[in-house]
Design a protein around this ligand. Structure first.
Ligand code: VTB
Ligand code: MG
Ligand code: MG
Length: 331
């Protein structure tokens, strides 16, 4: 579509992508003030407060569909909370104001402030349960990987598609006891494994830039809300991802059903987790393989943000120098 025929909705979306950058920047700066202080809760709360405040300044009629939890346990950014000025486009929002709270508290690599925005009904209402996930970056034929195939089959297929040997494939898995069998199966193929302690939104996104991050394939079980955020980002660059909610108790199945999950065993494709026009923004809190963390100087606070738009596939890295510090203070 030429620039001349761009619709007014698209113009609004273009403005909003910069506003999303502001939102994640503010959350990241607030969390980063508590980086390395050993207090996960305080850092998380700071990010939540800042993100919510900024979201409420936007000219949107927004609703949180992936947030800090159900209303009774999360006072802010709970699922169903309305955000924005109430005017403008009706949008659904997925947030993780501080993804990787432990990473932030310990000042370890990879914590980010992240959010995704899409039209109403276009983001999966994922309950706060685990999700089994698999993801690769762009450039492969559809179906090269499959959540239901064995790790060996996935790695062999990916190696073939990439034109390398299986031992030249690099995977990323969260370091958890629940992944013992998975890790063993991957080891048998000769592929390498980068084990991360937390932060699999960034982990999945790593697959979008294998040249930079060294990661070809994400495997394993992490949070379902994080799965939707990652799927939204991946959709923008044309990677592939599948996920299945782990609903291993009746309580979880009932809760998920209440959120519209009719088939508890459904394998979701990336575009079933995030469809339509999606914008995703992520700002680094701690230094990581994808984004630098917030830097505090005497006169300047520096941030690095990556913002994706699915409609154009545009990815922008925005390096911010902030000189007006008042905007980061809480009201
Ligand atoms: C997952 C993962 C996140 O926390 O939610 C994890 O998706 C929690 O898993 O990226 P465990 O219960 O095994 O710790 C993160 O790592 C950080 O929020
Ligand atoms: Mg969170
Ligand atoms: Mg998280």
């Amino acid at each position: 579509m030429s620039e001349l025929t761009i619709s007014s909705a698209q113009i609004i979306e273009r403005f909003l992508s910069m506003e999303l950058v502001r939102v994640t920047e503010r959350a990241a700066v607030s969390a980063a003030r508590l980086r390395g202080h050993g207090n996960e809760k305080a850092a998380d709360q700071a990010a939540v407060d800042a993100m919510r405040r900024e979201l409420n300044r936007l000219p949107i009629d927004g609703e949180i569909v992936i947030g800090e939890g159900e209303r009774d346990e999360a006072p802010m950014l709970f699922i169903g909370e309305k955000v924005g000025l109430g005017t403008g486009p009706k949008v659904h929002i997925a947030v993780d104001p501080l993804e990787g709270t432990t990473l932030c508290a310990k000042d370890m690599p990879g914590s980010i402030a992240v959010m995704a925005m899409a039209g109403a009904g276009q983001l999966l209402y994922a309950p706060d349960v685990y999700m089994d996930k698999i993801a690769v970056g762009p450039g492969y034929a559809q179906g090269v990987i499959d959540l239901d195939a064995s790790p060996a089959d996935n790695i062999n297929a990916l190696a073939k598609a990439k034109g390398v040997k299986p031992h030249e494939i690099s995977t990323l898995i969260m370091d958890r006891p629940r992944h013992a069998a998975l890790i063993e199966a991957v080891r048998k193929t000769g592929a390498s494994i980068r084990l991360i302690t937390d932060g699999d939104v960034a982990g999945v996104i790593f697959c979008t830039e294998p040249e930079k991050t060294g990661i070809d394939l994400y495997l394993g079980i992490g949070g379902a809300p994080e799965g939707v955020l990652a799927a939204a980002a991946l959709r923008c660059v044309g990677g592939q991802m599948q996920g299945r909610l782990i609903l291993d108790t009746e309580e979880k199945r009932v809760r998920a059903h209440g959120m519209g999950v009719l088939d508890p065993n459904k394998k979701y494709d990336m575009s079933e987790m995030a469809s339509g026009d999606v914008i995703v923004s992520a700002t680094g809190v701690t230094d990581g393989g994808m984004l630098s963390g917030v830097k505090f100087g005497k006169d300047v606070i520096e941030t690095e943000t990556i913002v994706y738009r699915s409609i154009t596939g545009t990815v922008r890295r925005i390096y911010g120098e902030h000189r007006e510090f008042g905007k980061f203070k809480l009201d």
